[in-house]
Design a protein around this ligand. Structure first.
Ligand SMILES: [Zn+2]
Length: 286
């Protein structure tokens, strides 16, 4: 593992920290729901790196495949893969205290606030800690500088992996997405084979084709049009830049240019992370 510059943490006292977090959540109480105001996150997520597993973040635009890589790495390292999108969906389908608040926000088509996302994440981390989990890989979080700052107060992040892919390839990948209308499985018909040109490397990504029984039932998501995909990328880039800067300034950001599909990218990603191939490592943890 490359040596990561650990920021000298400020000497914020626990009382100040609690007050800071309460202040953060106070806005939630006003805008989201009065019933959820009593929640205070546990402040016990900070541990000596020697005594715990990795605490990493995966950043990357929609369609880059960060869920895939984060999920594979979490299995390899034996840490939970925590995707905030999943947390929202799970809470919505539960009878938890935040479910009705969330349902209201989502039904009104509003964005779930930073504070509410932090609550869900804190709750997830607390549950994990109680269950003996150690470490995590966060996926889709933090999305804003505000979330990054709050997260920084709640826990320590060791490394932020920023997955990058050429925009023309991302667009082609998104336009190639298909879903089986019967079984719901995801496929991708895009066959990406970019030739090396003017010094920029070529790239190959094999399609993920459906089996025969799904092939006749393929549908495209309504929002996977070129215009919408490009707009989504533009919004992501604008939002993510300050978050990337936040971690770059702390010496924690590692940009990783995906060299192709999973067969091309996975071994290189393991290599830059100083990890070994799954076969020779942690076979018992699988
Ligand atoms: Zn199917």
């Amino acid at each position: 593992m490359a040596v990561l510059n650990r920021l000298l943490r400020s000497t914020t006292s626990a009382a100040n920290l609690t007050s800071y977090l309460r202040r953060g959540f106070a806005t939630t109480v006003a805008t989201d729901s009065p019933q959820t105001g009593s929640f205070t996150p546990s402040l016990t997520f900070k541990k000596d790196p020697q005594d715990r597993n990795v605490q990493w973040i995966f950043l990357g635009c929609p369609g880059v495949g960060k869920g895939t890589y984060a999920s594979r790495l979490s299995k390899l390292l034996g840490v939970p893969h925590i995707a905030t999108g999943d947390l929202v969906r799970e809470e919505l389908s539960s009878s938890g205290p935040l479910a009705s608040t969330l349902a209201e926000i989502v039904n009104q088509g509003k964005l779930v606030s930073d504070e509410l996302i932090i609550k869900l994440l804190s709750k997830r981390l607390e549950m994990g800690e109680a269950a003996g989990e150690s470490g995590f890989i966060l996926d889709g979080f933090p999305r804003t500088i505000n979330q990054a700052e709050i997260l920084d107060e709640v826990t320590d992040i060791d490394l932020v992996v920023n997955l990058k892919l050429r925009e023309d390839v991302i667009v082609a990948k998104c336009l190639g997405r298909r879903i089986c209308s019967e079984c719901g499985k995801n496929f991708n018909v895009a066959h990406i084979d970019v030739k090396e040109e003017n010094g920029s490397p070529g790239m190959y990504m094999a399609p993920l084709l459906p089996p025969d029984h799904c092939a006749t039932k393929m549908v495209t998501r309504a929002d996977d049009t070129e215009e919408v995909v490009k707009k989504r990328l533009q919004i992501y880039n604008e939002m993510s830049q300050p978050v990337e800067e936040f971690y770059r300034n702390r010496g924690k950001l590692m940009d990783f240019d995906l060299p192709g599909g999973i067969p091309e990218s996975w071994p290189k990603l393991l290599h830059v992370l100083n990890l070994e191939q799954p076969e020779s490592r942690r076979s018992a943890a699988a």
